[in-house]
Design a protein around this ligand. Structure first.
Ligand code: CDP
Length: 205
């Protein structure tokens, strides 16, 4: 496949975008970029005392390998730096180039279908109730050895969603032509199947 083929997967915190994106990328043999990691890497550098705009402008591949990027503290920091227009601008070109690379790509984030790649061939908006998302994130954090509880995770998820939806620059919202997949009552396999079906439908047209 030589012409660009972009699958944009957006949605709120802990909706399962990562799992679905990896599975879609593997199924259709596309490259995958978790754009949340870029904001997490900038957030992590801010927590270490760096100016977030300078951090975004000087981000290097090694920053994405930082093993602490999945903590709740880094997630909150990511959503704070994500409000800053200069931070978003600094990360734009890399994401756009990745989206249109030959061979095709899956990008997951908050603004892929609306801002980064409005011409994406397929746009999915993956969501679930805040309670279901908090339960999934709690299980993930506990499995990775973090000591936390449901109420803390639910409140973190809601705070981050609110910040992501109300910011002026690239707020979280479904693109007009996005296929919405509500995974509240779907297990992992069913959510993956729904996403693969949506991509197949668009590929065939
Ligand atoms: O994995 P989870 O859904 O919890 O979060 P993430 O995708 O790693 O994103 C972390 C934070 O980065 C989000 O809460 C957003 O504030 C920000 N972000 C963004 O603004 N735009 C993107 N394309 C991706 C992430």
């Amino acid at each position: 496949m030589m012409s660009p083929f972009t699958v944009a997967i957006d949605g709120p915190a802990a909706a399962g975008k990562g799992t679905i994106s990896k599975a879609v990328a593997a199924h259709f043999d596309l490259a995958h970029l978790d754009t949340g990691l870029l904001y997490r890497a900038v957030g992590a550098r801010m927590l270490q005392g760096e100016d977030p705009i300078a951090a975004a402008q000087n981000l290097v591949a090694g920053d994405l390998e930082n093993t602490d990027l999945r903590t709740a503290a880094v997630a909150q920091a990511a959503s704070k730096v994500a409000v800053i227009p200069e931070v978003r601008a600094a990360l734009l070109d890399f994401q756009r180039a990745f989206a249109r690379r030959s061979g095709g790509a899956v990008l997951d984030g908050r603004d892929i279908g609306t801002v980064i790649c409005p011409q994406a061939e397929v746009k999915l908006f993956v969501t679930a109730s805040a309670e279901v998302r908090a339960q999934r994130r709690l299980a993930e954090l506990v499995a990775n050895g973090f000591d936390t509880d449901f109420d803390t995770v639910l409140s973190d998820v809601k705070t981050r969603d609110d910040r992501d939806m109300t910011r002026a620059d690239a707020p979280l919202r479904p693109a007009e032509d996005a296929v919405v997949i509500d995974t509240s009552e779907l297990d992992v396999q069913a959510a993956i199947a729904a996403a693969i079906e949506a991509v197949s439908a668009r590929k065939a047209t």
